[in-house]
Write a protein that binds this ligand. Structure first.
Ligand code: SF4
Ligand code: SF4
Length: 342
């Protein structure tokens, strides 16, 4: 695979050529914050962003996604979006979250066909973090740097950008850049230094103990007072779920045309902190109490998903900490509290 050194102007030219060739989504400024969106020109791309409001998972599992169209007399057909696109500027912790989504949605025998189609249509350009966000703790979760899942990795170094391809699809993408010099040993050392630095500085909150110790800790914390204490302040707004790159729960609904001639089945993001998330037919709600819903979120991230895929389902992006109006959604604060016992 190729490793090149792009000067700023060459990178801009490359990105413009990608935009001319098809659908490109990249990180852009949105007021004082940042968001992934359709990219119209390279000048709008901000690889120096801190964190995006929503994670890039929205291109693999959109907020609302049609699954099936149906009509009277016409039967039904699946709606599959497989139009190729390029995702530009995915931070390592978000890439780690996509790798987790892959493990869940592409598991042998349990493949989600809609997710698979979008994932196969995506070419992902990851980028190492230049500006850490105020609440990131990826360094504690082992996700400050990532080594798989992407097609191309871009790292800003003194003097340009080290750009490495990691798949044939990435090679093809890089071919659009034309003649670019190879990165030197010195450039590679600079990249290593950036990644080492990120492992240390993406720690705005410090987790006590190893992340993989969480399932065991949670196994004996079901009745810890922290669940009631924090949940007392919770608005059940679900924001902590909606901004999370590893939350993938959805609800399936049908929408019928007013003539009753046709309709669609679609899925929308759901959130386990919402009051009716675990409500079922007959009026029963499995997690009626706020504390039960609050606790469930931490168990899902720290115990249930790790038991399925062997990784903690929190990549330390810090988005939930920023999004929570009540200031109670910090996973590090909650998990550290559990280590203190009752
Ligand atoms: S739980 Fe919070 S910090 Fe962890 S991945 Fe989700 S949003 Fe990011
Ligand atoms: S964002 Fe905060 S207030 Fe809203 S549901 Fe999550 S923990 Fe509760």
């Amino acid at each position: 695979m190729a490793i090149k050194l792009f000067k700023k102007a060459a990178l801009k030219k490359w990105v413009d050529s990608l935009i001319a060739g098809g659908r490109v989504f990249g990180v852009q400024a949105k007021g004082e914050r940042f968001a992934f969106g359709p990219l119209e020109k390279a000048a709008d791309l901000r690889l120096d962003y801190d964190v995006t409001i929503l994670p890039p998972k929205k291109y693999l599992q959109p907020q609302t996604e049609d699954l099936v169209k149906f009509s009277k007399g016409g039967g039904y057909e699946s709606v599959i979006d497989s139009e190729p696109f390029v995702l530009l500027g995915v931070h390592p912790y978000d890439m780690a979250a996509i790798n987790q989504m892959d493990a869940i949605f592409l598991k042998d025998g349990e493949v989600d066909t809609h997710y698979k189609a979008r994932r196969e249509a995506a070419t992902i350009v990851a980028c190492d973090v230049e500006s850490p966000s105020e609440n990131v703790f990826a360094g504690c979760m082992g996700t400050a740097v990532v080594d798989k899942g992407y097609d191309v990795l871009v790292t800003a170094v003194d003097g340009g950008y080290v750009v490495e391809t990691a798949s044939p699809r990435g090679e093809k993408l890089l071919a659009a850049a034309g003649e670019v010099p190879d990165a030197s040993k010195k450039d590679m050392k600079k990249r290593k230094a950036v990644q080492e630095k990120n492992r240390k500085r993406l720690r705005k909150h410090e987790l006590k103990g190893e992340p993989l110790g969480l399932p065991c800790l949670l196994g004996k914390s079901e009745n810890h007072p922290v669940w009631e204490e924090k949940a007392r302040l919770c608005y059940s707004c679900g924001s902590c779920n909606l901004v999370c790159p590893t939350c993938y729960c959805f609800d399936v609904q049908d929408d019928t045309d007013w003539t009753l001639e046709s309709g669609r089945r679609y899925r929308v993001w759901d959130a386990c902190l919402l009051a009716d998330f675990a409500a079922v037919a007959g009026g029963h709600n499995f997690r009626k109490e706020r504390a039960a819903r609050f606790r469930h979120r931490y168990y899902r991230k720290g115990k249930y998903i790790p038991e399925k895929i062997g990784e903690i389902a929190c990549v330390g992006c810090g988005r939930c900490i920023t999004a929570c109006t009540a200031k109670i959604a910090n996973p590090v604060e909650v998990y550290n509290r559990l280590t203190e016992g009752c």
